[in-house]
Design a protein around this ligand. Structure first.
Ligand code: PLP
Length: 439
């Protein structure tokens, strides 16, 4: 009997022996292609021993300092590196240990900013349905995946949710147009109804990942979000925990919309799984306000800016730069999308193919014409994920008990940035077989 309190007592967890590149191998010799990049975490690939070799030298100098009392070279260096690839106007980085912590930090920073500026009425948070921002009570409150919130409903904070620009399932434009107009109208109406002077921030995953598999807004959406936020004094926070740091073929996904948010939250690929690391990249508007007023942020985890995590983060950054991994997912991702596009031609059950770079989402339908989803009892996603696993390929989705609801079944493919064309062929070949069985 294992002594571990498992994430899922209903499932048998294979025991891992080692991992290298895009491959994970268990002690009994089974190899898995890590087609979801281990929850979208792995950018530079598994098994980069150079990171730990470098760490061995530095780790003897100092393993930990409390960042409320000291700074250290590794967070100083990594903040400069990250700012060198961040959108213009961002000027400081606050380091934490993961994505939920980054989002929690951003919303506290937004609140304190307003309070210190003499606007204490600004306490409400705006976010979108079908989004995911983390597991802590505040970040789960931001999240719009109802089934994940359900057991904790009595604890949820009063977050106001608006519609995401989920074109394929849009009940207003019928999936034909661009949802931007009515999403922006709804956002503005909500702001006015709630009272702009009560709203602190609008939180959005630039491209919605886990809970909607790649829902991507139209080209004008974020410019108009930015305008609304500016008009009503609301801070705009982009959650790029999953989509940031190279995954879509750019350092940050928001670049495609050409605007600068007030904060960008990061996690996953910045540590690439080699150390727990998250970050809030803060604009000069906010960082300058705190710096110039010599203000103290009333917040801090014991492990904020952990020295070894930041050291690892800097090594990850250097590898990303050296191997052009902030851009490669754009190029190799085009091949992935081409192969998936070919599958969509052949398999009627692929209703929608979306995402960018090395993030691809597939939504499955019982009928392509009407976009009718499969009945939940058919458990399409769960079965598909397990059939892929039997063929040695991991894809994301099929979380037991998850409510795919009206949005239907969907999976995400988010492999490490170093995946090759041949490995993509292995992944799409397995998917082809599975869809043939299911279809
Ligand atoms: N935000 C997004 C968009 C995510 O995808 C995730 C994790 O999947 C999180 C936040 C939470 O990050 P973490 O699991 O590191 O706390």
């Amino acid at each position: 009997m294992s002594g571990v309190f498992s994430r899922d007592f209903a499932a048998e967890m294979p025991l891992v022996d080692h991992a290298e590149g895009v491959w994970i191998q268990t002690v009994d010799g089974q190899r898995y292609l890590d087609g979801m990049g281990s929850a979208g975490v792995i950018g530079i690939g598994h098994g980069r021993t150079e990171i730990y070799e470098a760490l061995a030298g530095q780790g003897t100098k100092v393993s930990y300092v409390y960042t409320a009392s000291f700074t250290h070279p590794w967070q100083e260096e990594l903040s400069k590196s990250m700012l060198s690839v961040a959108p213009e106007g961002m000027s400081a980085v606050y380091f934490v240990s993961g994505g939920s912590e980054a989002n929690e930090t951003a919303l506290k920073l937004a609140r304190q900013y307003h309070v210190e500026r003499g606007e204490p009425t600004r306490h409400k948070m705006l976010a979108r349905w079908q989004s995911y921002h983390g597991v802590t009570i505040a970040t789960l409150s931001l999240s719009g995946r109802t089934s994940w919130r359900a057991p904790y409903d009595p604890y949820m904070l009063p977050v106001v949710h608006v519609s995401p620009p989920y074109n394929y399932r849009c009940t207003i434009c019928g999936g034909e147009g661009d949802c931007t107009d009515h999403c922006i109208e709804e956002l503005e109406r909500t702001i006015l109804l709630e009272g702009p002077e009560t709203i602190s921030c609008f939180f959005a995953e630039t491209i919605i990942g886990t809970t909607a598999s790649g829902v991507t807004p139209g080209p004008d959406y974020y410019r108009r979000v930015r305008e609304l936020c500016d008009r009503y004094g609301i801070l705009f926070i982009c959650d790029e925990v999953l989509m940031g740091y190279g995954r879509v073929g750019r350092p940050f996904a928001i670049e495609d919309w050409g605007i600068t948010p007030d904060m960008i939250t990061c996690g996953k690929a910045i540590g690439s799984g080699y150390a727990p690391l998250g970050a809030v990249i803060v604009s000069e508007k906010i960082a300058g306000f705190f710096r110039e007023g010599r203000r103290r942020f009333v917040h801090g985890f014991t492990y904020s800016g952990h020295a070894m995590s930041c050291f690892v983060g800097q090594k990850v950054f250097e590898i990303m730069k050296r191997e052009d991994l902030f851009r490669r997912p754009g190029r190799i991702g085009a091949y992935l999308h081409e192969r998936l596009g070919a599958l969509q031609q052949r398999h009627e059950m692929i209703g929608d193919l979306r995402g960018r770079g090395l993030y691809a989402g597939l939504e499955f339908v019982a009928d392509r014409q009407s976009r009718a989803p499969f009945a939940p009892e058919q458990q399409i996603t769960t079965r598909l994920v397990s059939m892929m696993r039997e063929r040695g390929v991991i894809v994301g989705g099929g979380v037991p008990g998850a409510n795919y609801g009206k949005g239907g079944d969907h999976i995400q493919i988010s492999p490490p940035f170093i995946i090759t064309e041949a490995e993509i062929d292995t992944l799409t070949g397995a998917l082809d077989e599975v869809l043939t069985v299911l279809g």
